[in-house]
Design a protein. Structure first.
Length: 94
């Protein structure tokens, strides 16, 4: 199983990366070291996360913690915004 790394998405000096995806085939299970927020713009599908399977559709908002195993199965397609956030973004400086 692939572990996605922050450095492959978030540019040096930034804490957040936003991308728009259109997906029409299942993705392999994966995990990552960052926080992921997903907002479904159009379409429907299933989100497999840890041991659960959840239906998603237009308007669904998902919060995926670092280390959670998950994947999407579009039915037949998903159009979504993916927000990748470094966990340190939420730390407050003393």
């Amino acid at each position: 199983m692939e572990k996605l790394l922050s450095r492959n998405y978030i540019k040096n000096g930034d804490s957040i990366y936003v991308i728009h995806y259109k997906q029409n085939r299942p993705e392999p299970k994966h995990t990552h070291e960052f926080i992921e927020i997903v907002y479904i713009i159009e379409g429907a599908g299933r989100h497999k996360i840890d041991e659960g399977i959840y239906d998603v559709r237009k308007g669904s908002l998902l919060f995926i913690r670092p280390g959670q195993v998950h994947s999407f199965v579009p039915q037949p397609s998903l159009d979504y915004v993916n927000i990748v956030i470094e966990p340190t973004f939420f730390l407050v400086a003393p």
